[in-house]
Design a protein around this ligand. Structure first.
Ligand code: ADP
Ligand code: MG
Ligand code: MG
Length: 950
């Protein structure tokens, strides 16, 4: 690099907008999350409407950066991609960034919309931008004596590590390589760069795989009797370059392109082309990135980390991406180019002395070997972190002692690290509590809500690698991404074991419960991708000897074959034989702090769906503020009770039923006593019996015998009754309040059990217990009225008997479209609504949840539904019914209590919707409670759910 970058003040606005994430409709991203219809659509390009063409001419396609200024800024991420926007921002900050330019994501969109052609005017803009780079660097693209070399780098809006291919050293040919040799005074370096370029360009642009070249290199080293690349001299590389070119000609039938302009054109097309390669598509599908976001292309002057021992290349994190500790962390390689670090080919050295000592490495750290450069790097990283107000992941190169910044971005991190960093940054006054709360992806908390290995458990540790992505996972060993996918498809938990991973393994990594590699640091592909996916990962377990052909790994005296079970602990780096007992997670430390802030910021309450004391206890521990759904039928299934339940169902008349119900009453009362105790005065919503009675009937001959014995009814009569109860379509059959209408004595018993329990616990706790009794599957006002009468009578009776005053609510589930529509008159009777969105989705869409799997995927893939409506609320249809019910219900009763208790109550996107329509609470399974607390806070802060930035 000839000229120094002039320091220049950043555009004043850049700072505030820097961290704003691009908004995208959650619906849009979900389409892609499930399948890739957009890609299919794009395959048939249509010519653009004339208006679009006219608009296209006015647009700017190329944005320059470097030399202390830039036409772009961090806020222009959608247009320039993440990499381009941040290169511009760093330039504006006056940091040493090699000059270059960014071809916008709009060109990518144009390219795919227009039969893979470019917009008019783009070429001229590229020419001008390239001339500017030449001027800054003081070299000319294609010049024989003083050639400018560039890298061509992709960069989408959301970072996609390893997905898109970068070409380095572009502009080299048989002539310019000599110029580079002379000008640098280092012939070896020039030819090393040239051979790298031929290999990368051939692989990425020309489709001649890298293995062709690796083979030539290996043979050459063998002939020469050396094992390291560094043992090869200029003459070796020159000869290898010749062999590389011959190989390309042999494969393609034409020579390797020599004209730098052609090279540039080809590389740009390859970047745009790679947006639609399978790797990129898979990554987008997993991370929910829409295909129409497109990628930008960055063309940037090369700086060289392979110019001898004062040159290097590396990556760094301003904080530890695994734990979140506020300690600078990074890896570098001397005399190497960037791709060597990311690819994990050579084991990198540590940047800081502290880290080096921590892992006991003998190789010198950058802090020792390049002290001054190290200190400058630290200064810049601190500045970037303060500027972006977030942990940064940066890439840099040192060329003969001079530091160059090649990339910065908000670093990927584990959920644990994300929380620690957010909480620490609030303490450092870098961000507000609300920002901290919005920075954590609610779904990612899942990583922290799972059991971890019990430290007291006995375990056989067979190897130790790096703690690359936390959490523990047990599964059967497979050595291939494809096997991982197949085995996981059969429902088997697998651990994917590889020497190292590459982008081709993404699908297998996704399918695996955990990932284990023998090679690579904590910034290797495996580690970065695993953290992004929330998969536990142990990387660089050097003691493993992996034999792909034999499908076996050995470590010391142990042999682990495909299918053997191991456990990996990504928090400690341990590789353990077999499975390990685990302990329950806790919301302590920073996690607890963040959740407190979320609680301060949210409006909606969070309850849980629980019927057992265990679940209720767990949910309380996770911060549930009551029970939103206690399904009483679950209490009927217990082995000790089912006989009495069956007796009740099979009774010939009311008197018989009441005799059986009298047996059930004390057990049911005891259930409620326990729940009321655990919830200690918090609201508890109890739903009365809901499923069709048929579900409780004996199934096997032995069952029938047992019931016959217990009830004295003969088997023939029992079987006859069983056939009577059978229904063609039980989901729409005799269930919910319809049972209460036919057999009011069942609901009367349940009401009595609730009130007796409430009276007892209220006395015991010396505080009021206010049960909320929920009548299921109501369609009409009359149903609810009749059931309410039954409940009220029981309440009156219990109050009289116990001499206690009881308050309670009677309400209903809204799970039928009719109920939503007639909400006004239903709310005249009911004091609360709880949206039973599982059934409401079934009844609104007319789709049975149990049978939908076979075609729902197809519906989502074809873009008919934006997502599986049973996991994420169909806000357009089911959501509109909910909105109607809210409105009409509140017309009748201003203080109508509103909640949701379907599966959706734990889904962040659905929670946003619940906030929008003004529900009072969401209720979800115990393990989702923290997720819901966080999502509810974010919904209160943001209103719209932002697209996740992968
Ligand atoms: P990725 O998105 O996969 O990280 P990059 O575009 O960042 O790909 O390129 C990978 C590596 O190539 C970078 O980390 C950097 O070390 C190296 N590189 C890219 N551009 C240049 C350049 N202009 N000069 C020197 N090295 C570069
Ligand atoms: Mg990079
Ligand atoms: Mg229901």
């Amino acid at each position: 690099m000839a000229k120094k970058a002039k320091a220049k003040k950043a555009a004043p606005k850049a700072k505030q907008v820097a961290k704003k994430k691009p908004a995208a409709k959650p619906a849009a991203r979900r389409i892609v999350a499930a399948r890739k219809p957009a890609a299919a659509k794009r395959a048939t390009p249509k010519s653009p409407p004339p208006k679009a063409k006219a608009a296209a001419r006015k647009r700017k396609w190329v944005y320059a950066f470097g030399d202390g200024k830039a036409e772009g800024a961090a806020a222009m991420r959608n247009l320039l991609g993440g990499k381009g926007a941040n290169l511009a921002e760093m330039s504006n900050l006056g940091l040493p960034v090699p000059p270059g330019f960014t071809i916008t994501t709009e060109v990518c969109t144009y390219y795919y919309d227009n039969k893979q052609t470019y917009p008019a005017g783009m070429d001229a803009e590229i020419d001008a931008a390239l001339a500017r780079v030449e001027k800054i660097v003081g070299a000319k693209f294609g010049d024989a004596s003083n050639p400018l070399l560039v890298s061509v780098r992709s960069g989408a809006r959301a970072s996609m590590p390893g997905m898109m291919d970068t070409v380095l050293n572009l502009g080299l040919n048989d002539v310019t390589v000599q110029g580079l040799a002379k000008q640098s005074g280092d012939e070896r370096f020039a030819y090393d760069s040239y051979r790298r370029f031929i290999q990368m360009y051939s692989d990425v642009v020309l489709g001649v795989g890298h293995e062709n070249f690796e083979e030539i290199l290996e043979l050459h080293k063998e002939d020469k009797g050396v094992s390291l690349d560094t043992d090869l001299d200029a003459a070796d590389w020159r000869q290898i370059v010749e062999e590389y070119k011959t190989k390309v000609k042999e494969k393609l039938g034409k020579p390797f392109p020599q004209a730098p302009r052609d090279q540039l054109k080809g590389a740009i097309a390859a970047v745009f082309g790679s947006w639609m390669n399978d790797r990129a598509k898979t990554y987008r599908a997993i991370h929910g990135i829409p295909a129409d976001w497109g990628t930008a292309v960055n063309v940037q002057a090369m700086v060289f980390g392979n110019m001898g021992d004062t040159s290097a290349t590396g990556v760094a994190f301003t904080r530890d991406p695994s734990t979140g500790d506020n300690s600078f962390y990074g890896e570098y390689l001397v005399n190497a180019q960037g791709e060597d670090v990311v690819a994990g080919i050579r084991t990198p050295q540590h940047i800081t002395i502290a880290e080096k000592q921590k892992v006991g490495s003998r190789l010198p750290s950058m802090e020792e070997s390049m002290g001054a450069t190290y200190r400058e790097l630290r200064r810049i990283c601190d500045r970037l972190e303060r500027h972006y107000r977030d942990m940064q992941d940066i890439e840099f190169t040192v060329q003969r002692g001079k530091l160059w910044m090649l990339q910065c971005r908000s670093g990927k991190r584990t959920a644990k690290a994300a929380i620690k960093i957010a909480v620490d940054m609030v303490k450092q006054k870098l961000i507000s509590k609300a920002e901290a709360v919005t920075r954590i992806e609610p779904a990612s908390l899942d990583q922290l809500l799972h059991p971890t290995p019990d430290p007291k458990a006995e375990k056989q540790v067979i190897a130790k690698g790096l703690a690359a992505s936390p959490g523990a996972a047990s599964g059967k060993v497979v050595f291939d991404a494809h096997d991982a996918e197949t085995w996981a498809g059969r429902g088997e938990p697998v651990i994917l074991v590889r020497v190292e991973t590459s982008p081709e393994d993404i699908h297998g990594m996704h399918a695996a419960k955990g990932i284990l590699t023998a090679r690579g640091g904590t910034t290797s592909h495996a580690a970065v991708v695993a953290r992004g996916m929330g998969r536990p990962c142990v990387s660089g377990a050097g003691a493993l000897r992996i034999d792909y052909r034999g499908q076996v790994m050995t470590v010391g005296t142990h042999t682990v074959r495909q299918g053997d079970t191991i456990t990996i602990d990504g928090s400690t780096g341990e590789v353990i034989l077999g499975t390990v007992p685990t302990i329950e997670p806790e919301l302590s430390g920073e996690f607890g702090t963040l959740m407190q802030w979320a609680d301060q910021l949210r409006r909606m309450k969070v309850r849980t769906n629980a019927e057992t004391p265990l679940d209720a206890g767990t949910a309380r521990k996770f911060g549930a503020e009551g029970i939103g759904l206690c399904r009483t039928e679950h209490m009927f299934f217990e082995a000790s009770r089912i006989a009495a339940v069956r007796e009740m169902i099979l009774a010939a008349d009311k008197a018989g039923r009441e005799r059986a119900l009298a047996k059930i009453l004390p057990m049911q009362r005891q259930d409620f006593v326990e729940l009321f105790r655990i919830m200690a005065g918090l609201p508890v919503t109890i739903r009365f019996l809901d499923p069709p009675l048929h579900e409780f009937l004996p199934k096997t001959e032995a069952d029938f015998d047992a019931v016959a014995k217990a009830t004295g009814v003969d088997i023939a009569t029992l079987k006859h009754r069983e056939r009577q109860l059978e229904e063609a379509n039980p989901m729409l059959g005799h269930r919910g309040c319809r049972l209460g209408i036919t057999y009011p004595e069942i609901y009367a018993m349940q009401a009595r059990a609730v009130f007796e329990a409430a009276a007892a616990v209220a006395k015991e706790l010396k505080r009021s217990v206010v049960p909320e009794i929920m009548i299921p599957l109501v369609a009409t006002r009359q149903e609810l009225e009749m059931m309410k009468r039954v409940v009220d009578e029981a309440a009156k009776a219990v109050m009289a008997e116990t001499g206690t005053k009881l308050s309670y609510l009677v309400g209903t589930m809204i799970e039928l479209p009719r109920a939503a529509l007639r909400a006004r008159e239903i709310a005249e009777v009911g004091e609360f609504f709880s949206f039973g969105t599982n059934d409401l989705t079934q009844t609104t869409l007319g789709i049975s949840r149990d049978d939908a799997a076979s075609f729902l995927d197809d519906y989502v893939a074809k873009g008919i539904l934006p997502a599986d409506p049973f996991s994420s609320l169909d806000t357009a249809g089911v959501g509109e019914l909910m909105q109607i019910a809210v409105e009409r219900g509140r017309q009748a009763r201003r203080d109508l209590k509103l909640g949701i208790c379907g599966e959706h109550g734990g889904d962040p996107a659905s929670i946003y919707f619940c906030e929008k329509i003004g529900l009072d609470y969401v209720s979800c399974s115990p393990y989702r409670v923290p997720i819901a607390r966080l999502a509810a806070a974010q919904a209160a802060i943001n209103k719209e759910k932002p697209a996740s930035e992968a």
